[in-house]
Design a protein around this ligand. Structure first.
Ligand SMILES: C[S@@+](CC[C@H](N)C(=O)[O-])C[C@H]1O[C@@H](n2cnc3c(N)ncnc32)[C@H](O)[C@@H]1O
Length: 427
């Protein structure tokens, strides 16, 4: 949509950030079955889910341009959902997941009335201020947002008073403001991932003989995708600075049977290149690595995440926001040093700021004359914006731009999260 005025674009951005995308996308494990067969298994599984919730079945189809992507259409029911009398409070994280189709796990319940019994219809609210104490009984009087109604799977006493650890689904969401499938299904066959993230690994275009570095890998969504596209051959090295997240990558790698080709390390990727001593000894198989060691590198690093949808509340403070570009440059510099000549670097973020996106591309082109900006083979997003990049260069980067979304022109390629992808070749 031609939104010339910047203020209008910001208003539009804020509006759409608060609303979840109208489509859910799943990445398919084509190493174990065909796309058509996986689609019918997903359909059967979700149809059972729909019958249980007494809602219409979801429409789904294979994405015409992304071979391992299944698209499911979410719904915004026309009739208003009237809140049930008994109120359950969940935290912000859980509330956001509900808007994208999740049911509520027992651990996600913060407050529930003393008379809540198994089978009761309850209204679920998200605690916007983080003030609800676990086990609260009284009606929550701080700011809360209604998410929909659900059916309690066990009574209040079983949640908060039982000696046994309670797990599993606590509230089955049956009447929601947005109807989206609950994606806790078929983990060996499908991985819930936003469309731009799926596109990102295709842009890297990993080849079976490659040695690939995934610099900021946790929880491993793209690591697993890259290794799958390499057909279980070659090698992927996955780094993440957060030690606690490495197990998550390993779990995802293991689920799709890719342990033999992926190695995971908790390591600060800014320090992933080493001195010349190790170079003399040849390529090491753990970090740090010698210069020019990798055929392809993905830098899907830390960012302000301002493209995530829905965002019910944003806690970003200016100081933190401003710190990202400098940090990303440190990672970019290391990535460029670690890349072989003719190697490919893909830089991506899930944020909308020009400083973390187009300006970083400008910085790479200005400071590393051996890096050439390259067109992207799956290009579903818009062109870049707001920088000194030439028209030609802006066309080569890919921006999933929610500030330009138009109610009357929504499709699975544009009604998704805000995301940015740039691809470089090292000469
Ligand atoms: C956007 S997330 C990555 C998502 C991941 N690529 C995926 O697709 O599942 C960014 C990650 O960067 C990690 N990180 C931040 N600074 C890092 C650093 N200096 N070195 C390695 N990882 C870092 C964070 O712990 C976080 O897990």
């Amino acid at each position: 949509m031609p939104l010339e005025n910047n203020d209008l674009r910001v208003d539009n951005l804020i509006k759409w950030l608060g609303i979840p995308p109208s489509y859910t996308t799943l990445r398919l494990n084509l190493r174990v079955d065909t796309a058509d067969n996986i689609l019918s298994q997903v359909q059967q599984t979700l149809n059972i889910q729909c019958r249980k919730k007494n809602i219409e079945e979801f429409k789904m189809w294979l994405h015409p341009a992304v071979k391992d992507c299944l698209v499911i259409e979410n719904r915004r029911p026309n009739n208003d959902v009237i809140p049930a009398e008994k109120e359950v409070i969940v935290d912000l994280l859980c509330g956001t997941a509900v808007l994208r189709g999740a049911d509520i796990f027992s651990q996600g319940i913060m407050g529930a009335p003393s008379n809540m019994l198994k089978g009761d219809k309850v209204a679920v609210y998200c605690d916007m201020e983080g003030k609800c104490r676990r086990g609260a009984v009284a009606k929550y009087e701080h700011t809360k947002v209604f998410l929909g109604n659900g059916i309690a799977q066990i009574g209040r006493d079983d949640y908060f008073c039982s000696q046994d650890k309670v797990s599993g689904i606590g509230i089955l969401m049956t009447e929601t403001i947005i109807e989206a499938p609950c994606l806790d299904i078929l983990p060996e066959l499908v991985f819930a991932q936003n469309l731009p993230s799926i596109v990102c690994s295709h842009v890297l275009d990993p080849q079976p003989t490659d040695l690939i570095l995934d610099m900021c890998a946790a929880p491993g969504g793209k690591t697993v995708h890259i290794a799958s596209l390499m057909q279980g051959k070659g090698r992927v090295i996955a780094l993440d600075k957060a030690k606690g997240k490495i197990e998550k990558i390993k779990k995802n790698v293991n689920l799709w049977g890719l342990d033999d080709t992926v190695s995971c390390f908790d390591f600060d990727a800014r320090n992933a290149m080493t001195d010349k001593e190790l170079v003399k000894k040849g390529v090491t198989d753990e970090p740090p690595f010698p210069p020019e060691a990798f055929d392809r590198i993905l830098l899907d690093g830390p960012c302000s995440a301002l493209g995530q949808r829905p965002t019910l509340k944003n806690n970003m403070i200016p100081g933190v926001l401003k710190s990202f570009p400098k940090y990303q440059k440190q990672l970019l510099k290391t990535a460029i040093e670690l890349l072989k000549p003719n190697g490919i670097l893909v830089y991506s973020t899930c944020t909308v700021t020009v400083e973390e996106n187009e300006h970083q591309v400008e910085w790479v082109l200005e400071n590393f004359p051996n890096m050439i900006l390259s067109p992207q083979s799956v290009h579903l997003g818009c062109h870049g914006t707001g920088s000194n990049l030439s028209e030609e260069e802006l066309k080569m980067v890919q921006r999933f731009d929610i500030s330009g979304l138009d109610e009357n022109n929504l499709n699975c390629d544009n009604d998704t999260i805000g995301f940015f992808i740039a691809k470089f070749i090292k000469t």
